[in-house]
Design a protein around this ligand. Sequence first.
Ligand code: AHR
Length: 331
Amino acid sequence: MVSKKFRARGIAATVAVLALGLAACSSDGGDSGDKTPDAGGGDKGGNIKVGFSQLGAESGWRTANTESVKASLTAENGIDLTFSDAQQKQENQIKALRDFIDQGVDVIAFSPVVETGWDEVLQEIKDAEIPVVLVDRTVDTTVADPYVTWIGADFKQEGITAGEWVKANHPDAKIFEMQGTLGSGAQVDREAGFDEVVGAENIVGKASGNFTRAEGKAAMEAALQAYPDMNLLFAHNDDMGLGAIEAIEAAGKVPGKDIIIVTVDGVRDGLQALVDKKFNYVVECNPVFGDQILDAIKKVHAGEELPKETIVVDEAFDQTITQADVDARAY
Ligand code: AHR
């Protein structure tokens, strides 16, 4: 995936701007039940049948992304949606994809929990001639042309942006890197971008917190014991950073001072920690792109040409962000 430069600034911009010219449509705000066709009834009068496999509900980012997807893929917008939550388990996701094939959906959209292990099911989808819109994370597969289009963030650039801030502001830091779900595009690429900039010799340790608050807390508790000289945490998402704050305070240290904290996402809780001076820098990963997924699905279904990838452009925030900015945050 291409790396694009971020615009770093002190306040949040909540609207994702898409590269490659995909048009934005309506606004977000609704909901629909898991593993059930979207409310709207019947055969939806020619609506596009979409199977969407979400990887889980592990973070504030994921919750906001799911809300955005469900608000856009509605019967009113011409979609007959079957939504499935895989609870961060690849086997659940593969089962959901097979169910979608059996249901004969028109389009499959999914956000893969990890990059590898999809060859068989992607081939089955291809054999069934169902087009795929890949969302958020990416796949690494031997299947040729496994998806029509991908929409998501430039994870490598997010890591680079975080690394550049660390290098400029804390060049001598002893860094602990808390990784997201191992083998996920978000973990692999953020780590590659960050490590490239700060240099492996400045990273005293790494461990995964699986993108969740609870596992982030546990990983930080262990890291405080294992790396007593560590003074900077780079967490691959806000939720793990928020869990780490609890561990740092419990150890009698001050987050944001004794241990500098840099995260990715920019959900409201993360930006609040920035205002409260417990986080020091947050690189945004904007989850609100359901309208763009809707647009892509409609074009795919109509057989229109689409770019192979569409990058959601992100911002970055430092401690100059205000409470008003946080209060105005949409997610
Ligand atoms: O793939 C996007 C990442 O997944 C978000 O940064 C993280 O919060 C989520 O779990």
